[in-house]
Design a protein around this ligand. Structure first.
Ligand code: DC
Length: 222
Protein backbone atom coordinates (compact mmCIF):
# COMPACT_ATOMS: atom_id res chain seq x y z
CA UNK A 1 0.00 0.00 0.00
CA UNK A 2 1.16 3.51 -0.79
CA UNK A 3 0.72 6.30 1.75
CA UNK A 4 -2.24 8.49 0.78
CA UNK A 5 -0.77 11.62 2.33
CA UNK A 6 2.93 12.36 1.94
CA UNK A 7 4.28 15.27 3.98
CA UNK A 8 7.68 16.70 3.03
CA UNK A 9 9.22 19.32 5.31
CA UNK A 10 12.66 20.86 5.42
CA UNK A 11 14.70 24.05 5.07
CA UNK A 12 14.99 26.27 2.00
CA UNK A 13 16.84 24.77 -0.95
CA UNK A 14 16.68 21.15 0.22
CA UNK A 15 15.00 20.23 -3.08
CA UNK A 16 11.54 19.70 -1.60
CA UNK A 17 9.48 21.13 -4.44
CA UNK A 18 11.44 19.39 -7.20
CA UNK A 19 11.11 15.96 -5.64
CA UNK A 20 7.59 16.50 -4.27
CA UNK A 21 6.35 17.47 -7.73
CA UNK A 22 8.02 14.44 -9.34
CA UNK A 23 6.75 12.10 -6.63
CA UNK A 24 3.18 13.39 -7.08
CA UNK A 25 3.45 12.90 -10.86
CA UNK A 26 4.70 9.32 -10.46
CA UNK A 27 1.92 8.46 -8.03
CA UNK A 28 -0.84 10.44 -9.78
CA UNK A 29 -1.30 12.52 -6.60
CA UNK A 30 -2.12 16.19 -6.15
CA UNK A 31 0.97 18.29 -5.41
CA UNK A 32 0.51 21.19 -3.00
CA UNK A 33 3.37 23.68 -2.68
CA UNK A 34 2.50 25.46 0.58
CA UNK A 35 5.55 27.74 0.31
CA UNK A 36 3.98 29.17 -2.86
CA UNK A 37 0.91 30.10 -0.81
CA UNK A 38 2.98 32.08 1.72
CA UNK A 39 4.90 33.66 -1.17
CA UNK A 40 1.58 34.79 -2.75
CA UNK A 41 0.61 36.64 0.42
CA UNK A 42 4.09 38.21 0.58
CA UNK A 43 3.83 39.19 -3.11
CA UNK A 44 0.41 40.80 -2.53
CA UNK A 45 1.72 42.67 0.53
CA UNK A 46 4.66 44.05 -1.48
CA UNK A 47 2.33 45.01 -4.36
CA UNK A 48 -0.02 46.84 -2.02
CA UNK A 49 2.73 48.46 0.02
CA UNK A 50 1.57 46.76 3.22
CA UNK A 51 4.00 47.02 6.11
CA UNK A 52 5.39 43.54 6.81
CA UNK A 53 4.95 44.13 10.54
CA UNK A 54 1.22 44.95 10.15
CA UNK A 55 -0.17 41.60 11.34
CA UNK A 56 -3.84 42.60 11.01
CA UNK A 57 -3.42 43.72 7.40
CA UNK A 58 -1.43 40.58 6.50
CA UNK A 59 -4.04 38.35 8.14
CA UNK A 60 -6.82 40.10 6.20
CA UNK A 61 -4.86 39.50 2.98
CA UNK A 62 -4.44 35.79 3.74
CA UNK A 63 -8.13 35.45 4.59
CA UNK A 64 -9.32 37.09 1.39
CA UNK A 65 -6.69 36.28 -1.25
CA UNK A 66 -7.55 33.55 -3.70
CA UNK A 67 -4.57 31.27 -4.35
CA UNK A 68 -4.92 28.57 -7.01
CA UNK A 69 -2.30 25.89 -7.62
CA UNK A 70 -2.86 24.47 -11.08
CA UNK A 71 -1.00 21.46 -12.44
CA UNK A 72 -1.89 21.52 -16.11
CA UNK A 73 -0.43 21.32 -19.60
CA UNK A 74 1.68 24.45 -18.93
CA UNK A 75 3.33 22.84 -15.89
CA UNK A 76 2.72 23.81 -12.28
CA UNK A 77 1.31 27.34 -12.21
CA UNK A 78 0.45 29.55 -9.25
CA UNK A 79 -2.39 32.08 -9.51
CA UNK A 80 -3.08 34.80 -6.99
CA UNK A 81 -6.42 36.55 -7.36
CA UNK A 82 -6.58 35.11 -10.90
CA UNK A 83 -3.18 36.51 -11.91
CA UNK A 84 -0.41 34.08 -12.92
CA UNK A 85 2.39 34.87 -10.44
CA UNK A 86 4.42 31.65 -10.94
CA UNK A 87 7.61 33.50 -11.87
CA UNK A 88 7.14 36.64 -9.75
CA UNK A 89 6.80 34.78 -6.46
CA UNK A 90 10.22 33.13 -7.00
CA UNK A 91 12.02 36.48 -6.92
CA UNK A 92 14.45 36.76 -3.98
CA UNK A 93 12.61 39.85 -2.62
CA UNK A 94 9.38 37.86 -2.41
CA UNK A 95 11.18 34.95 -0.73
CA UNK A 96 12.70 37.32 1.82
CA UNK A 97 9.28 38.88 2.55
CA UNK A 98 7.59 35.46 2.80
CA UNK A 99 9.59 34.61 5.91
CA UNK A 100 8.19 37.37 8.20
CA UNK A 101 4.75 37.00 6.57
CA UNK A 102 4.72 33.27 7.38
CA UNK A 103 5.49 34.02 11.03
CA UNK A 104 2.14 35.83 11.50
CA UNK A 105 -0.38 33.68 13.41
CA UNK A 106 -3.42 34.88 11.45
CA UNK A 107 -1.72 34.23 8.11
CA UNK A 108 -0.81 30.70 9.16
CA UNK A 109 -4.31 29.99 10.47
CA UNK A 110 -5.91 31.08 7.18
CA UNK A 111 -3.45 29.18 4.96
CA UNK A 112 -3.37 25.99 7.06
CA UNK A 113 -7.18 25.87 6.80
CA UNK A 114 -6.94 26.11 3.01
CA UNK A 115 -4.16 23.49 2.88
CA UNK A 116 -6.21 21.02 4.92
CA UNK A 117 -9.23 21.61 2.66
CA UNK A 118 -7.08 20.92 -0.42
CA UNK A 119 -5.72 17.72 1.14
CA UNK A 120 -9.27 16.52 1.83
CA UNK A 121 -9.82 16.31 -1.95
CA UNK A 122 -7.70 13.16 -2.37
CA UNK A 123 -4.22 11.69 -2.27
CA UNK A 124 -1.58 14.39 -1.85
CA UNK A 125 2.09 15.19 -1.70
CA UNK A 126 2.41 18.42 0.28
CA UNK A 127 5.64 20.25 1.03
CA UNK A 128 6.48 23.05 3.44
CA UNK A 129 7.78 23.54 6.98
CA UNK A 130 4.92 22.36 9.22
CA UNK A 131 3.16 19.75 7.11
CA UNK A 132 4.07 16.70 9.21
CA UNK A 133 3.75 18.54 12.52
CA UNK A 134 0.66 20.70 11.98
CA UNK A 135 -1.11 20.59 8.61
CA UNK A 136 -1.26 16.80 8.12
CA UNK A 137 -0.29 15.32 11.50
CA UNK A 138 -1.81 11.96 10.47
CA UNK A 139 0.06 11.67 7.16
CA UNK A 140 1.18 8.05 6.69
CA UNK A 141 4.51 9.12 5.22
CA UNK A 142 6.50 12.03 6.65
CA UNK A 143 9.87 13.08 5.30
CA UNK A 144 12.30 15.66 6.67
CA UNK A 145 14.38 16.61 3.64
CA UNK A 146 17.58 18.55 4.14
CA UNK A 147 21.13 19.12 2.85
CA UNK A 148 24.17 21.07 4.10
CA UNK A 149 23.79 24.87 3.84
CA UNK A 150 26.55 25.18 1.20
CA UNK A 151 24.84 22.61 -1.03
CA UNK A 152 21.44 24.29 -0.65
CA UNK A 153 22.93 27.69 -1.50
CA UNK A 154 24.69 26.30 -4.58
CA UNK A 155 21.43 24.74 -5.80
CA UNK A 156 19.48 27.98 -5.28
CA UNK A 157 22.22 29.93 -7.09
CA UNK A 158 22.10 27.61 -10.08
CA UNK A 159 18.27 27.86 -10.25
CA UNK A 160 18.52 31.66 -10.27
CA UNK A 161 21.33 31.61 -12.86
CA UNK A 162 19.16 29.40 -15.08
CA UNK A 163 16.57 32.16 -14.94
CA UNK A 164 19.18 34.65 -16.15
CA UNK A 165 19.57 36.39 -12.78
CA UNK A 166 22.91 37.66 -11.44
CA UNK A 167 23.89 35.79 -8.30
CA UNK A 168 26.32 36.24 -5.47
CA UNK A 169 26.68 32.82 -3.82
CA UNK A 170 27.87 34.15 -0.47
CA UNK A 171 24.88 36.49 -0.32
CA UNK A 172 22.52 33.62 -1.14
CA UNK A 173 24.13 31.49 1.57
CA UNK A 174 23.68 34.31 4.09
CA UNK A 175 20.04 34.80 3.04
CA UNK A 176 19.22 31.10 3.35
CA UNK A 177 20.93 30.92 6.75
CA UNK A 178 18.86 33.88 7.92
CA UNK A 179 15.65 32.32 6.55
CA UNK A 180 16.47 29.01 8.28
CA UNK A 181 17.06 30.87 11.53
CA UNK A 182 13.74 32.75 11.31
CA UNK A 183 11.73 29.71 10.18
CA UNK A 184 13.19 27.51 12.93
CA UNK A 185 12.95 29.95 15.82
CA UNK A 186 9.51 31.53 15.29
CA UNK A 187 6.95 30.85 18.01
CA UNK A 188 4.20 29.53 15.75
CA UNK A 189 4.87 26.25 13.89
CA UNK A 190 8.65 26.50 13.67
CA UNK A 191 10.49 24.30 11.22
CA UNK A 192 11.21 21.15 13.20
CA UNK A 193 11.36 17.50 12.29
CA UNK A 194 8.17 15.66 13.29
CA UNK A 195 8.91 12.85 15.77
CA UNK A 196 7.72 10.28 13.22
CA UNK A 197 9.39 11.83 10.15
CA UNK A 198 12.22 10.13 8.29
CA UNK A 199 15.38 12.26 7.97
CA UNK A 200 16.80 12.35 4.45
CA UNK A 201 20.02 14.25 3.71
CA UNK A 202 20.11 14.91 -0.06
CA UNK A 203 23.61 16.44 -0.01
CA UNK A 204 25.23 13.53 -1.86
CA UNK A 205 22.21 12.37 -3.82
CA UNK A 206 21.01 13.14 -7.34
CA UNK A 207 17.42 14.27 -7.83
CA UNK A 208 16.53 10.86 -9.32
CA UNK A 209 18.06 9.05 -6.33
CA UNK A 210 16.02 11.20 -3.92
CA UNK A 211 12.79 10.58 -5.86
CA UNK A 212 13.39 6.80 -5.95
CA UNK A 213 14.21 6.77 -2.24
CA UNK A 214 11.06 8.72 -1.32
CA UNK A 215 8.97 6.48 -3.53
CA UNK A 216 10.23 3.47 -1.57
CA UNK A 217 9.46 5.22 1.72
CA UNK A 218 5.96 6.16 0.51
CA UNK A 219 5.32 2.53 -0.36
CA UNK A 220 6.25 1.47 3.16
CA UNK A 221 4.13 4.24 4.61
CA UNK A 222 0.92 2.33 5.25
O1 DC B 1 9.58 26.83 0.62
P1 DC B 1 9.56 28.32 0.24
O2 DC B 1 10.92 28.93 0.16
O3 DC B 1 8.77 28.56 -1.01
O4 DC B 1 8.78 29.03 1.46
C1 DC B 1 8.59 30.42 1.50
C2 DC B 1 8.51 30.87 2.96
O5 DC B 1 7.30 30.39 3.56
C3 DC B 1 9.66 30.39 3.84
O6 DC B 1 10.18 31.49 4.60
C4 DC B 1 9.05 29.42 4.80
C5 DC B 1 7.58 29.72 4.77
N1 DC B 1 6.76 28.52 4.85
C6 DC B 1 6.19 28.21 6.05
O7 DC B 1 6.42 28.90 7.05
N2 DC B 1 5.38 27.12 6.16
C7 DC B 1 5.14 26.35 5.10
N3 DC B 1 4.33 25.29 5.24
C8 DC B 1 5.73 26.64 3.85
C9 DC B 1 6.56 27.74 3.76
Amino acid sequence: MVAKQIAIDGPAGAGKSTVAKALAARLGYLYIDTGAMYRCIAWLALQQGIDLSDEAALTALAETARVDLVNGAGGYRVYCNDQDVSEEIRRPQVGAAASPVSAVDGVRRALVRQQQALAARGCVVMDGRDIGTKVLPHAQCKIFLTAPLSVRAARRASELRDKGLDVDISQIEAEIAERDRRDSTRANSPLIQAADAIYVDTGDMTVEQVIDHLLQLAKQGE
